[in-house]
Design a binder for this molecule. Structure first.
Ligand code: ARG
Length: 472
């Protein structure tokens, strides 16, 4: 005879190794709060529908609240033999309050229970990610504002291309994070659907009130197909997908941070408090945080792949494979939240070495496009102007000088359209100032972006507040 809550039909107790293999308590105990909140709502509904008595419901509520306090205080011994968080709590409740505890699982299966718990969990964690995203976005905007006049080379192929504002570069990441925020709003919406009442797979014979449970737990809507409610994990896949894209953005920012603080670039200096040294080489100051964020991106992408692969061949409805949804999700949540929080610090602590960025634009040919545009504005077809500017660069390379060092006579030898104003036209300030097309790098456009960014942050803060007000 098995001791398990489901032990009735078993003649033997579970093999010890099998027991350990199939248990999820080691990791799903993270959802104890969600599990208890779900049970509180369920018991209240059962009583309201006359399925259990009001006394039983009250006893259940009292018992569950005591258990919640115990777990909060770290005074609950989780038992591997009870498999998962659901049965650990239910068994403790029954030990505490007797028969009434045995009525809690009426009209419910662990299949819809675990779906409810993970929906609540994802919904809460999306709100937390949103808050941290806003924090990083704020750090980016503040830093962009602080260095709003600083000019640096923009790159293509990692070759200096055209002068841009450092603020413009940072605000590109801001814009990506705005879309990340929106992607997580989509995740929130899909996690905000209530699955309880699906039972094991087909619904229940009891006259339950699913709308009431949804109301109790502040869900925006509920599942209308019981098989779907217990089978799919798309809200988890979406979380992992949104997290992967966000991490890819942070990883690119990290790669640039690492390049920028190398001696070769020397564009920024990270705060000493954000770096580590070497056990052997005394001179070292390493950008570990950026390297780790770049590195951890791999495991988040891995969790997404694992989840998609786990679900892709599953027949409906619940299969134990789905228990594999949790560890990757939890690890992703921890990784993303930590990465966002540390990156806000990295950005805030970053000192920009303006003079080095400056040198990288002046001692180079990043004004060459502007040299061609100068001729175009004097009437030359662009393709021809491109060739003339190319020849100017070629001549400079031969003489080991920069465009600004060319004499007017040398310019005019290439085209009679050149005049004294050419020097002004190819100065880094002019190159930046003239790129005033919508979304360009000009001082005016970047000021506009900064203004919009602050408005967007305000709007996002409102969403964060709404989301946290809806948590149970
Ligand atoms: N621990 C299980 C999970 O995480 C809970 C659901 C178990 N359901 C079952 N029929 N075995 O998926």
């Amino acid at each position: 005879m098995s001791e398990k809550l489901w032990g009735g039909r078993f003649a033997k107790s579970t093999d010890e190794m099998i027991n350990e293999f199939q248990a999820s308590i080691a990791f799903d105990k993270r959802m104890y709060r969600e599990d208890i909140l779900g049970s509180l709502a369920h018991a209240k509904m059962l009583a309201a529908c006359g399925i259990i008595t009001a006394e039983d419901s009250e006893a259940i509520a009292e018992g569950l609240k005591e258990i919640l306090a115990q777990i909060d205080a770290g005074q609950f011994d989780f038992d591997l033999d009870l498999e998962d968080i659901h049965m650990n709590i239910e068994k403790r409740l029954t030990d505490k309050i007797g028969e009434a505890g045995g009525r809690l699982h009426t009209a419910r299966s662990r299949n819809d229970q675990v779906a409810l718990d993970t929906h609540l969990y994802v919904r809460r964690e999306v709100a937390a990610v949103h808050e941290l995203l806003v924090e990083l976005q704020t750090a980016i905007v503040e830093t962009a504002e602080k260095y709003r006049e600083v000019i640096m080379p923009g790159y293509t192929h990692l070759q200096r291309a055209q002068p841009i504002l450092f603020a413009h570069h940072l605000l590109a990441y801001f814009a990506m994070l705005v879309r990340d925020f929106a992607r997580f709003q989509g995740v929130y919406e899909r996690a905000d659907i209530m699955p309880l009442g699906a039972g094991a797979l087909a619904g229940t014979t009891f006259h339950i009130d699913r709308e009431m449970v949804a109301r109790e737990l502040n869900f925006g809507s509920l599942y209308h197909n019981s098989l779907d409610a217990v089978s799919d994990r798309d809200y988890i896949m979406e979380f992992l997908a949104a997290a992967s894209i966000l991490m890819v953005h942070l990883s690119r920012l990290s790669e640039e941070t690492i390049l920028w603080c190398s001696r070769e670039f020397s564009f920024v200096e990270l705060d000493d408090a954000h770096c580590t040294g070497s056990s052997m080489m005394p001179q070292k100051k390493n950008p570990d945080v950026s390297e780790l964020v770049r590195g951890k991106t791999g495991r988040v992408i891995g969790h997404l792949m694992a989840m998609l692969t786990t679900v892709k061949g599953l027949p409906l409805a619940y299969n134990k494979d789905l228990q594999e949804d949790k560890e990757g999700l939890f690890d992703t949540i921890d990784t993303v939240k930590f990465s966002l929080a540390v990156y806000a610090r990295i950005i805030r602590g970053m000192k920009v070495r303006e003079e080095n960025m400056r040198r990288a634009v002046t001692e180079d040919f990043s004004g060459a496009t502007d040299l061609a545009d100068y001729l175009v504005k004097k009437g030359m077809p662009f393709r021809e102007a491109h060739a003339v500017a190319g020849r100017a660069v070629h001549d400079c390379l031969g003489k080991n000088i920069w465009l600004k060092d060319m004499s007017l006579a040398d310019f005019q030898a290439l085209s009679p359209l050149f005049a004294e104003d050419v020097y002004e036209a190819i100065s880094p300030e002019t190159c930046v100032k003239n790129r005033n097309s919508l979304g360009g790098t000009s001082f005016t456009q970047v000021a506009e972006q900064l203004k919009t960014a602050k408005e967007l942050i305000k709007a996002e803060e409102n969403i964060v507040n709404e989301e946290s007000a809806k948590q149970v």
